[in-house]
Design a protein around this ligand. Sequence first.
Ligand code: ADP
Ligand code: MG
Length: 209
Amino acid sequence: MKFKELKLKKEFIENLNSLGYENLTPIQELSLEKSLSGSDIIAQAKTGSGKTVAFCIPMVEKLEVKRFTIQSLILAPTRELSNQIANELRKLFRHIHNVKVLTLCGGVPFKPQVASLQHNAHIIVGTTGRVLKHIKEKNLNLENINYFVLDEADKMLDMGFYDDIEQIVEVLPQNRQTLLFSATYERNIENLASKIMKNHTFVKIENEK
Ligand code: ADP
Ligand code: MG
């Protein structure tokens, strides 16, 4: 299936094609129609299968640029991954001007992040500990979030972030779309999913043996 067969804005399809994205990868093909129609999704597929683009595309379609408020939150296990996701997002939003993607990660100074937050953003990408710290210090208002992503959820749980994730989810609006991406799917992910999602669709690409 090609991106131009999806119901996406023409300029967006042109941007995707200019980035070298023409055909959907299998996990994109399985997840995108559902996620674009607003469903909660758990997607399992191995590393390198195109999961970032899979969860970013609905965000590009859903974001209201003129409403300058934080509408999407993506949590990732590490700073490196958060930066990669933010860079991918900036490319995918290239055809739309003035979309502000802000990263909030640990291991970098806190105060400049507070200053950036005072200038507001549309999308936050970050690691759980730092995001939670900004929530607790009331620097971060997440009451308009309608699109929430956990990327590499298995890794986040391995790193012991279950409680942090739970605390972050508590301050998010109930009325939101939630997507959980993971390379593996074990009992702990199932528990987390049942806590943070109501009705989800599970999509999986089997690894070739
Ligand atoms: P994952 O999160 O599943 O490990 P990534 O999202 O990091 O995978 O994607 C891996 C690589 O595949 C990236 O370099 C990305 O640009 C590329 N990619 C993603 N989707 C497509 C696509 N539809 N066509 C071609 N390349 C793609
Ligand atoms: Mg990934």
